[in-house]
Every structure is written in structure tokens, then in C-alpha cells.
Design a binder for this molecule. Structure first.
Ligand code: SAH
Ligand code: MG
Length: 213
């Protein structure tokens, strides 16, 4: 039995995507936008239902798919999400207007490093989801961790980066460099002893770091 067989078996047990979810997934596929994979997003949503964060910060909105999915899991949470690409941010706003009827999602257009002060002024966050530029993960963590509430959670996506973090010998130089950076981040993250961090081989690899109090 191999990993793909298990994956296919579990895939058949998964709830089918709703119309808006399928629409956004198709849009992302068409425009080659790296949104979360279905098993990854389902895992994150279930964690949110258990954890019930009131305020969420997301780095990297893309077209708003993961923010809308998070709002679907915790409809009363306020979500602040940051996107630097103007075209994607525009699509995200359109998608929020269409699918987030209670308007709990707030988009900030800009580079996460440039808008950090503005983000901090809004208050603390119970959960921070890091899903922006993969080469900058440690800088994101160091800067935004100060905005966490006590016992806050940081979720990092793409920590396996299509498996290249484990073996990138067949990849391009650019991918190899990026995979190396993510590996360095993973090692660093595992050694942040103010946090309990666990890594999961779900979706494209997810790390969950819980701040120790
Ligand atoms: N979270 C989304 C996918 C995000 S893809 C989802 O799962 O649906 C990563 C996004 O981060 C890209 O759209 C990219 O433009 C954005 N990004 C990368 N670096 C950034 C930065 N420094 N500040 C803000 N956005 C950034
Ligand atoms: Mg991602």
C-alpha cells in the first residue's frame, strides 16, 4: 500500500466542495495561483472549529480562497488578510463581496513588511496563518509573532513545498534555493522553544506552533 492509495481512499470520504469553493478552486487552477490543497484547508478549518480564534491574521490572501474557507469554519471571527499583488487583491475583494455576506474579512493591500505597523494597531491575533513568500517565512514569524495573544497559534503552510524540502535534486536551481530556505525555516521553527511546534504531512505540509504561556 502506498501513500497515494491512502490519499485516494480518504479523498472519497471528503465532503464535496460547495459551488463557490469549486469555482474559486477552478479559478486558481486556471490562473496558476497556489491556493491551499483540499486536505490542507479541511485540516485547518477543523482546527479553527476546535480552537475558535476570535481574530485571525493571514499573510498572503491571493484570490481570497483560504480566507473565505476560514470564515466558513469560524463565521464570527474577524479576519485580517494581507496581499501585495494588486490584481490578486482585487479578485479577493470581489470574492469577499460575493461570498462573505457578514463582511468579517478585511483585506490590506500591500507588502506584509510595509503594513506591519498598521496590522499591529488593529490589536492582537489569536491565530496567524503564514502563507506568503516562502523565502521570507522566518522574517514573517519573527515580526508578526509579537502580535499574538497569549497561547496564540501560528500556522505555516507549504513546509514540505511539493516534497522538494526533502529532495530537490531534480528541481531547478530556483526551486532548490527556495526548498533550502524552507528547510532552514523548519529547522529554526522546531528549535523555537517558546512554542510547541508540530509538523504535519497534510496538503503541502503544515506546521502548527502554539505559544507556550
Ligand atoms: N492563502 C492563499 C494562497 C496564498 S499564495 C490560499 O491558500 O488561498 C501566496 C500569496 O502571497 C501570493 O498571492 C503573493 O502575492 C502573496 N505574497 C507574497 N509575499 C508577500 C508579502 N511580503 N506581503 C504580502 N503578500 C505577499
Ligand atoms: Mg500555501
Amino acid at each position: 500500500m502506498n501513500h497515494n492509495q491512502l490519499h485516494d481512499y480518504l479523498e472519497k470520504l471528503r465532503q464535496p466542495a460547495t459551488d463557490w469553493q469549486a469555482e474559486l478552486e477552478a479559478e486558481a487552477r486556471r490562473d496558476q495561483i497556489p491556493i491551499m490543497e483540499r486536505d490542507g484547508i479541511d485540516f485547518l478549518k477543523q482546527m479553527l472549529r476546535l480552537n475558535q480564534p476570535k481574530r485571525i491574521l493571514e499573510l498572503g490572501s491571493a484570490i481570497g480562497y483560504s480566507a473565505l474557507q476560514m470564515a466558513d469554519a469560524v463565521p464570527n471571527a474577524h479576519i485580517v488578510t494581507i496581499e501585495r499583488d494588486h490584481e490578486r487583491a482585487k479578485r479577493a475583494i470581489e470574492n469577499f463581496n460575493e461570498h462573505n455576506s457578514s463582511q468579517t474579512i478585511e483585506l490590506i493591500v500591500g507588502d506584509a513588511f510595509d503594513v506591519a505597523d498598521q496590522v499591529k494597531q488593529k490589536g492582537r491575533y489569536d491565530l496567524i496563518f503564514i502563507d506568503a513568500a516562502k523565502g521570507q517565512y522566518q522574517r514573517f514569524f519573527e515580526l508578526f509573532a509579537s502580535m499574538l495573544t497569549p497561547k496564540g497559534v501560528i500556522v505555516t503552510d507549504n513546509v514540505l513545498f511539493h516534497g522538494y524540502v526533502v529532495d530537490s535534486s531534480n528541481a531547478s536551481k530556483r526551486i532548490q534555493k527556495l526548498a533550502q530556505k524552507i528547510d532552514t525555516y523548519n529547522q529554526w521553527l522546531a528549535n523555537q522553544f517558546d512554542y510547541q511546534t508540530d509538523f504535519y504531512p497534510i496538503g503541502d505540509g503544515i506546521a502548527i506552533s502554539i505559544k507556550k504561556s
